[in-house]
Design a protein around this ligand. Structure first.
Ligand SMILES: [Zn+2]
Length: 143
């Protein structure tokens, strides 16, 4: 099994109604990626799409992919393409459930945002993931 040290939170930096297929198409046809960008994609409806098994390496954060699981919500920009945490209540809920599940699976993994890695200039995921999921170890241990 792959060693997982990071559960990384992202946003797609696209409109909230962007279809997962369009994002996958972009990775494959424009960026020419062999692997998806994220393992899990959370739609505005709260639906969670798994795009890759957790054993596969995804292209979430350059230099940190071998030991990471990547989770992204669709959205993260306003109408002018400026960073905005516009997660729907359903997305927040699904993200929480998914992160709890992953943290149980990989108790040693740190939960952090894309922007929390060194030298990252992006706003992704447009909120403080470390702070939001800080209480998780306690929650996970009590379940
Ligand atoms: Zn990102």
């Amino acid at each position: 099994m792959r060693r997982i040290d990071f559960i990384v939170i992202h946003c797609t930096a696209t409109p909230q109604d962007t279809r997962p297929e369009a994002i996958q198409h972009y990775w494959k046809e424009y960026l020419k990626w062999k692997n998806p960008g994220y393992h899990y994609l959370i739609e505005a409806s709260g639906d969670v799409r798994q795009l890759a098994t957790e054993e596969r390496i995804c292209n979430g954060v350059a230099g940190h992919n071998a030991n990471s699981i990547h989770v992204s919500y669709i959205g993260g920009v306003d109408a002018d393409n400026k960073p905005l945490d516009n997660r729907t209540p359903a997305q927040r809920q699904s993200m929480r459930v998914l992160i709890i599940k992953l943290k149980k699976q990989y108790p040693q993994a740190q939960i952090q945002g894309h922007r929390d890695f060194p030298f990252v200039k992006k706003a992704c995921p447009c909120f403080d993931a470390r702070q939001e999921f800080n209480d998780f170890t306690a929650i996970v241990n009590s379940i």
